[in-house]
Design a protein around this ligand. Sequence first.
Ligand code: UD2
Length: 382
Amino acid sequence: MIHLINVKSLTAVLVILGVLFLYSFLSYRTSHQQNITAENRLSADVVAVGNEFHLVAPEHLQYEQPSIVQGRIDVVAVTPWLAPIVWEGTFNPVLLDSIYKPKNITIIATVFAVGKYIMFLKRFLETAEQHFFVGFKVHIYVFTDRPNEVPPVTMASGRRVNRTRKQPKRSNTLTEFATGLFPEANSDKKRLHFFLQLIVRLVPTAKRWQEISARRMELIQMVIEEQLPNNRNYIFCLDVDSQFHGRWGSESLGGLVAVTHPGYYRDPRSKFPYERRPSSRAYLAPGEGDFYYCGGAFGGLLQEVHHLAKTCRHNFEADAQEGIEAAWQEESHLNRYMWINKPSKVLSPEYLWQDFKPRNPEVHIVRFSGVVKNYADIRPNA
Ligand code: UD2
């Protein structure tokens, strides 16, 4: 009998313990779930931070479903160090713009128009206004020895050049003239914040084209040093004898961005015109080098491009003191730099084609290209 009572009470205790356990388990799960939901909501509401790797999309944006088994199969879209290679068809421009626009970034572009190269500036600016980071804040720095010849530019979207010149201001060794490209008074109000500003800087005339080309790294370094507190901004350094034909936008943003040269991207690396003399700091040995990158277009975050420009300038000047000039001046140093410091994004030759070259089938769109020019007519020492 006693035995029976013990069994009964033991069962009752076990049942009570079971109920208590179930109750506490369920209430823990509910409260934990509530916490998770709150955290999730919090992370969805968090304002995008200016971090290159923190990509926040708007919550209800609808776009084509991405696939990992379908897409471009005629080109390679990733490097061996897993950086994207940007081709038409590998990205969604609407999605990317909606990620990058809320970050409130400014895109800086530098362009050099020294001597007769000023003739290319008009076309460059007009087409930049039509295609380069439309909808973003863009500041274009023009370095020239002929500030009075900076052309009046007709803006495609109803903007016009405001020719009012601010008092020239000393900035290191350079003189700065500020020129704004302001929207017409009666233009669409929505465009007002899509502001494109032109800053003209005076640089000395050079006797050798190689010096102009090479000195760009020094001046890019200086411009970035003025801007560095705004380290969320991006910079692109572009050749002036070029024009835009199609969208160049947020898909090109990255820490360190290089463009594959249109003349060599199908060639084996043994044919790349790297600097081959071991005495130069731009030297690349046979078997080294990933791609041949253009000197005419590169960019990235300010800190990254600052490091690149400073290194290339230092190496160029150290070479010069020993009487060496790399085969393709700063382009050779840039290629050496990118071999060691791998770009985080590589742009396909869509981002720098050459107008004299027929388009290859894998190039579905030419976004930016070098115009045809006669070197003998335009260079100081052709
Ligand atoms: C290639 C590169 C260029 C540079 C050069 C080697 C491309 C498309 N171009 O072009 O970026 O690396 O090799 O030095 O990758 N400039 C003037 N005035 C002059 C000469 C040059 O302003 O008298 C500026 C101008 O911005 C021009 C740039 O320097 O776009 C490069 O010079 P280039 O176009 O004559 O060089 P190129 O065609 O050999």
